[in-house]
Design a protein around this ligand. Structure first.
Ligand code: DGJ
Length: 567
C-alpha cells in the first residue's frame, strides 16, 4: 500500500465542471495546482504510519455524529459549539448520496459547504463518511431515483428470489452511479477545501456486507460464485502467502492452495467462502468508487467494518465486510483504500484493535464506546498500537443514557461525567510527544478490560510496570487504561484512567530492586510542562506506588515518574 501519494496525482488541474450544480464554486471553470504534499496524506514515519496535515503529524481525537445530524446545517447550528467544548479536534459525519444528488446529474453541495463552514468557525477538522450505495449493509441513503428503479439499479437477492433493500455489488450500473456521485463530491472538496484542509480523510461507504444470508443469491451473483476465482486474487494470495491472515490461509491451503477453480473449489464448501466471495465483490466495487474520488482529490480513504460476536457465522454478521480474515482480499481488490478500520463496541477492545493494527494497515477507529470506557481504550490505541485516530460514536447526543456507553458526555451538563473529553484535553497537550514517540519508540500502554482481570504487566525500557485494580470498581469503570511514555532512562510520563495502582520492577541486569524517586503531577502551561504537587506521601502509599483514579479530572491526570534501582 502506498502512503506517499503518487507523483502523477500530485499536480491536480481543475477541469471545467461537467455537472449541473446549485453551488457556485463548482460552476467556476479555472485551472489551479495543489502544491505537492500539501493535502492531508499518510506517511511512514519511523515505526509508525501517521496522518500528515499541513506538514505536521496529526493525532485524530474524534467524535462521530449520529447518522442524521449532518443532513441539516440548521440542526448543526447549536451542535457545533457543544462539540467545541469537548476537546475533540475532529468530527466524523456522514455525507449522504441522496443529499448531494437528489436528482440524477444535479448536484447540490450547499449542505457540504455549510458543514465546512461550521467546522472552520469552531476550529474543528472533519472526516466525511460517504453514505453512498451502502450504509450498514442497506442502501437507505441512496437517492430516491436510485431506490425506486430496481430494474436499472438491481438489488442483492435472498435465496428465495426476493429482493432486499440492498443495492447489488455485482452491478456496474450501481457502481458507476455511486462512483460518479462520489467523484463529484471529491471534486467539490478539492475546490472548496484543497487549500484549507478542513477535511482530513473520507470513509467510503459504511459497514458493508449482507445479512441474514451469507451471500447474494441473485442470478448474476450465482453465476459469479460458480465461475473461477479471479486470477488477480489468486496471484495476490500466492505472492503474499507468508503474510496472509491465518484463517484465510488455512481455508485456502485446506484445498491445496489452488490457483484456479470456483470459489468453493479454492476456499472450500463452507459459509466462510460465501463471506470471502462477497468481500471480493464489495472490495472491487468500492475500489472503483474510491479511485474515482481520488482522481479528483486524493486524501486518505478507508473502509470500516462491523465486527463479529464469538462463534457467529457469515450472515449472522455482515458477510463481506473488511474483517481481519478477509482484509487480504480487500487489499487485493481495493488497493486505492489506504486502510481498513474496526468499529469497536465490544469489550474486547485490545483484541479487535490489535487485529487491525497490522503492517500496512495503520489503526484508525472511527466508531467506539465513549465515556470512561473510551478514555481507557484511547490510551491503549495511541500508546500501544500507534493509532492515527480514535472516535467515539454519537457525540452529539446530549441525553446519553447510560452516560458511559454512547458518546462523549457534555461537560457542561454532566460536570463529573466527562471522562473522555477530559482525556482528550490531556491527549491534546501530549499529542506532540505521543506522535514523536510513535515514530521512535519509547511509548506503550496497558489495558485491564473487565472485572475478572485483576492486573496487567507492561515493559518499557529497563522497567516493567504492573497495573493492579484498586478494588471496588464495577460496571464500565472496571476498565483501566495506562499509557507510559519514556522521557529518560529512568523517567516516564504516565497517563491513566480507572482505579488502579502501578508498581515498577526490572528484570534487566544490574541492581535488582526498583524504587520510586519521585512522582510529580505535570501541567502544560503556556506551552511548557510544569510540575505542581509532589506525590511522595499518602497520595502514593509513601512513594511506593503510582495511584491512578477513575475520577481524575483533566487537572492532575498526567504524572512524571522517576525511578531508581538498589539492592
Ligand atoms: C454502527 C454504524 O456504523 C453507525 O452508523 C451507527 O448506526 C451505529 N452502529 C449505531 O450504534
Amino acid at each position: 500500500m502506498l502512503y506517499r501519494f503518487r507523483t502523477s496525482l500530485l499536480s491536480i488541474f481543475l477541469a471545467a465542471s461537467s455537472v449541473t450544480t446549485s453551488h457556485s464554486q463548482t460552476a467556476v471553470s479555472k485551472t489551479r495546482t495543489i502544491p505537492q504534499g500539501s493535502i492531508p496524506h499518510l506517511e511512514n514515519q519511523g515505526s509508525a504510519t501517521q496522518l500528515i496535515v499541513d506538514g505536521k503529524s496529526f493525532l485524530v481525537l474524534g467524535g462521530e455524529l449520529h447518522n442524521s445530524s449532518s443532513s441539516s446545517v440548521e440542526y448543526m447550528r447549536p451542535v457545533w459549539p457543544y462539540l467545541a467544548t469537548m476537546h475533540l479536534n475532529t468530527v466524523l459525519m456522514p455525507i449522504a448520496w441522496e443529499t448531494i444528488e437528489p436528482e440524477e446529474g444535479k448536484f447540490d453541495f450547499n449542505s457540504v459547504e455549510g458543514l465546512l463552514r461550521g467546522a472552520r468557525e469552531h476550529n474543528l477538522k472533519l472526516v466525511f463518511l460517504w453514505f453512498g450505495a451502502w450504509k450498514n449493509t442497506f442502501s437507505s441513503y441512496a437517492p430516491a431515483w436510485v431506490k425506486k428503479n430496481t430494474e436499472r439499479f438491481p438489488r442483492v437477492q435472498m435465496s428465495n428470489g426476493m429482493d432486499t433493500e440492498r443495492l447489488s455489488p455485482f452491478s456496474s450500473v450501481v457502481r458507476d452511479a455511486d462512483a460518479h456521485a462520489f467523484s463529484n463530491l471529491m471534486r467539490y472538496l478539492r475546490d472548496a477545501d484543497g487549500n484549507t484542509h478542513t477535511v482530513l480523510m473520507v470513509q467510503v461507504e459504511n459497514e458493508v456486507g449482507v445479512i441474514p444470508e451469507s451471500r447474494d443469491h441473485s442470478s448474476v451473483a450465482n453465476a459469479s460464485f460458480d465461475s473461477s476465482v479471479p486470477a488477480a486474487l489468486t496471484s495476490f494470495l500466492e505472492k503474499n502467502r507468508s503474510t496472509l491472515d491465518p484463517k484465510l490461509r488455512a481455508a485456502w491451503e485446506a484445498g491445496g492452495a489452488k490457483t484456479t477453480g470456483t470459489w468453493q473449489q479454492v476456499f472450500g464448501k463452507t459459509p466462510l467462502t460465501d463471506d470471502l466471495f462477497m468481500a471480493w465483490h464489495y472490495a472491487t466495487f468500492i475500489e472503483r468508487v474510491t479511485a474515482a474520488g481520488k482522481t479528483e482529490y486524493p486524501i486518505p480513504m478507508y473502509a470500516n467494518a462491523a465486527l463479529i460476536r464469538p462463534n457467529y457465522e457469515p450472515g449472522q454478521y455482515n458477510s463481506g465486510g473488511p474483517l481481519p480474515h478477509s482484509m487480504d482480499l480487500w487489499r487485493a481488490g481495493a488497493p486505492s483504500l489506504d486502510f481498513f478500520s474496526p468499529d469497536i463496541y465490544f469489550n474486547e477492545f485490545a483484541q479487535w484493535a490489535g487485529s487491525y493494527a497490522r503492517p500496512g494497515n495503520p489503526l484508525f477507529i472511527p466508531e467506539a464506546q465513549g465515556g470512561a470506557t473510551g478514555a481507557a481504550n484511547v490510551l491503549y490505541a495511541f500508546g500501544r498500537l500507534s493509532a492515527i485516530g480514535f472516535s467515539a460514536f454519537g457525540v452529539d447526543d446530549q441525553n446519553n443514557t447510560p452516560l458511559d456507553l454512547v458518546g462523549i458526555t457534555n461537560p457542561a451538563e454532566h460536570p463529573d461525567n466527562n471522562v473522555l473529553s477530559d482525556m482528550y484535553a490531556d491527549l491534546s497537550t501530549l499529542a506532540p510527544v505521543i506522535l514523536e514517540k510513535q515514530k521512535t519508540g519509547g511509548i506503550t500502554a496497558a489495558l485491564i478490560e473487565g472485572e475478572a482481570q485483576r492486573s496487567a504487566r507492561q515493559s518499557i525500557g529497563d522497567y516493567t510496570a504492573t497495573i493492579t485494580r484498586a478494588g471496588g470498581a464495577s460496571g464500565t469503570a472496571a476498565r483501566i487504561g495506562a499509557m507510559f511514555i519514556q522521557t529518560g532512562t529512568h523517567e516516564f510520563i504516565v497517563v491513566g484512567c480507572g482505579d488502579a495502582q502501578v508498581t515498577f520492577s526490572t528484570d534487566k541486569p544490574g541492581l535488582p530492586i526498583v524504587g520510586i524517586e519521585s512522582i510529580d503531577e505535570e501541567f502544560f502551561v503556556n506551552g511548557a510542562w510544569v510540575p505542581r504537587r509532589r506525590l511522595n506521601g499518602d497520595e502514593n502509599s509513601q512513594g511506593q506506588t503510582l495511584r491512578l483514579h477513575a475520577t481524575d479530572s483533566a487537572q492532575g491526570r498526567i504524572y512524571r515518574v522517576r525511578l531508581y534501582r538498589y539492592h
